[in-house]
Design a protein around this ligand. Structure first.
Ligand code: FAD
Length: 117
């Protein structure tokens, strides 16, 4: 069986992958409803994140760095920056956010209608 530190890191990697991929698929020009859905999702994600210490820490980070949900690019860059705040605390490398949208291409192609935020 894997150790707890390894398990927590695996959970983190899987969670960040989905988190950044969702932000990279957020609409360029979101409607109010799409914005509300993503805002609720992020808030809930922080509240239900299974690692309690991580969740508490992330809720505080969200207060300090509120989600920027006026466009796809701003949302994705915001997500990259808040992940970098976690990286900083854990002494992990800081990620270059310049190509965040390309980095988290979900392979969903032109299927722009698939997600309803
Ligand atoms: P991860 O940080 O998991 O990143 C995975 C991959 O994403 C990297 O390999 C890189 O390719 C890419 N990446 C890295 N930085 C960024 C970025 N800024 N933007 C986009 N992509 C990036 N662990 C703790 O020990 N304590 C905590 O308090 C804690 N809080 C967490 C809070 C949340 C909300 C989440 C999702 C995870 C948290 N974790 C915490 C887990 C931690 O962030 C890492 O996931 C884990 O330590 C594994 O790190 P890693 O080096 O493999 O890369």
């Amino acid at each position: 069986k894997m150790g707890n530190a390894t398990l927590r890191m695996e959970l983190g990697r899987a969670s960040w992958k989905l988190f950044h991929t969702i932000l990279a698929r957020y609409p360029d020009e979101p409607t109010g409803a799409q914005r509300d859905h993503l805002d609720t999702y992020i808030e809930s994600f922080a509240q239900v994140y299974p690692c309690g210490d991580c969740a508490r820490h992330f809720v505080k980070l969200l207060e300090k760095y509120p989600p920027q949900l006026n466009s796809r690019k701003n949302a994705a860059v915001w997500g990259c920056h808040i992940h970098n705040q976690v990286n900083k605390v854990l002494h992990h490398d800081i990620y270059d956010c310049a190509t965040i949208l390309e980095d988290y291409d979900c392979g969903c192609g032109a299927d722009e209608e698939s997600a309803d935020y």
